[in-house]
Ligand binder design. Structure first.
Ligand code: HPA
Ligand code: ZN
Length: 334
């Protein structure tokens, strides 16, 4: 039985496996610039965040209809459920779809169909012959692309208004894409507007960008969690603050290796971060590209870093503590 866990750093577009990419391309009459799934997988020779993002945005061309987004989320939730994920806070990139003529309604309605289906344990039980299948509670976090303009982020928030009501599918906003040269403060206004709408706030910071971006995300954007945050370890004062305030960090170990934030998993600072008292969680980021889903990331750090069963349980517990679930929901999800 895999450890029950919450996944808090997961880009739904990053769950697009080569097989599904080819199936959706065929359904939509799109020709991919790869002969087959093997050739596509061979293109995963990332050297940094940008080289990954080039492929990630390119492959999104196959996502066009509500059905495509429903199939994408369905495939992710099936894999996540099998690896013990009980709750997922799922990022999506509306601007990357709008740029291709796919509006936010198509994305949210399509994803929502799969999320609703998996939100109910009963439907899964029926499919798995009544075995101990469980549902997955889900929330959506809409990310702004930090290499786009602040004005575009504001327009995106406006376009999302129909889906932002309390109890609606989108609970928060995030910030992703190319980090260096795009400091958090660029997005002050849209984060203020999101806060006024009662949305939760997170941001990628300290993945490739400097520790100062982590501080800025906290102080200027008012974020409640930092996505990645790895480079905080270069600044002891920042570490002390993150520990004192128990700001959750959503780490993605396999992603860090594939994007060369660390050379090899055995060098990952996760043990040092836990020793320092940081509230760390383990997540998959873009699992179709980085070689593993949430449970695979847990298995990888256990093997490469020799984490004890108590530490792994603490990481799983942290994932619920750091989630946006209310306390009673959190208890039920565990
Ligand atoms: N970092 C920044 N932007 C992203 C990532 C990431 O790891 N994955 C998808 N968009
Ligand atoms: Zn990410």
């Amino acid at each position: 039985m895999p450890l029950p866990k919450a996944e808090l750093h997961l880009h739904i577009e990053g769950t697009l496996e080569p097989e599904l990419a080819f199936a959706l391309a065929a359904r939509n009459g799109i020709t991919l610039p790869y002969a087959d799934t093997d050739e596509l997988r061979k293109a995963y020779e990332f050297t940094d965040l940008q080289s990954f993002l080039n492929l990630y945005y390119g492959l999104m061309a196959v996502l066009r209809t509500e059905d495509d987004f429903a199939d994408l989320a369905d495939a992710y939730l099936a894999r996540a459920a099998a690896q013990g994920v009980r709750h997922a806070e799922i990022f999506f990139d509306p601007q990357a779809h709008l740029a291709r003529g796919v509006d936010i309604g198509t994305v949210v309605e399509g994803l929502g169909r799969a999320l609703d289906r998996w939100g109910s344990p009963r439907s899964n039980e029926a499919e798995s012959g009544g075995e101990a299948a469980h549902g997955i509670s889900t929330q959506l976090i809409m990310c702004f692309l930090r290499d786009e303009s602040a004005g575009s982020a504001l327009e995106t928030l406006e376009a999302a208004k129909p889906y932002l009501a309390p109890g609606g599918p989108i609970v928060g906003v995030g910030l992703d894409s190319a980090e260096v040269g795009h400091p958090p403060a660029k997005f002050r206004e849209v984060y203020e507007a999101a806060a006024a709408l009662g949305l939760r706030r997170v941001a990628h910071a300290g993945e490739e960008g400097p520790p100062a971006y982590v501080t800025e995300a906290l102080d200027v954007l008012g974020v409640e969690r930092i996505d990645h945050g790895l480079r905080c370890m270069e600044d002891p004062e920042l570490v002390a603050r993150l520990v004192r305030e128990q700001v959750p960090l959503t780490l993605c170990p396999l992603s860090n290796v594939r994007l060369r934030a660390v050379d090899v998993l055995a060098d990952h600072p996760l043990p040092a971060m836990l020793d320092a008292g940081l509230l760390c969680t383990v997540n998959s980021d873009d699992p179709a590209y980085f070689g593993g889903y949430a449970g695979d990331n847990f298995d990888a750090v256990r093997t490469a870093l020799g984490l004890s069963p108590e530490r792994l349980r603490a990481l799983a517990r942290n994932s619920f503590t750091a989630s946006f679930l209310e306390h009673d929901e959190e208890r039920r999800a565990r």
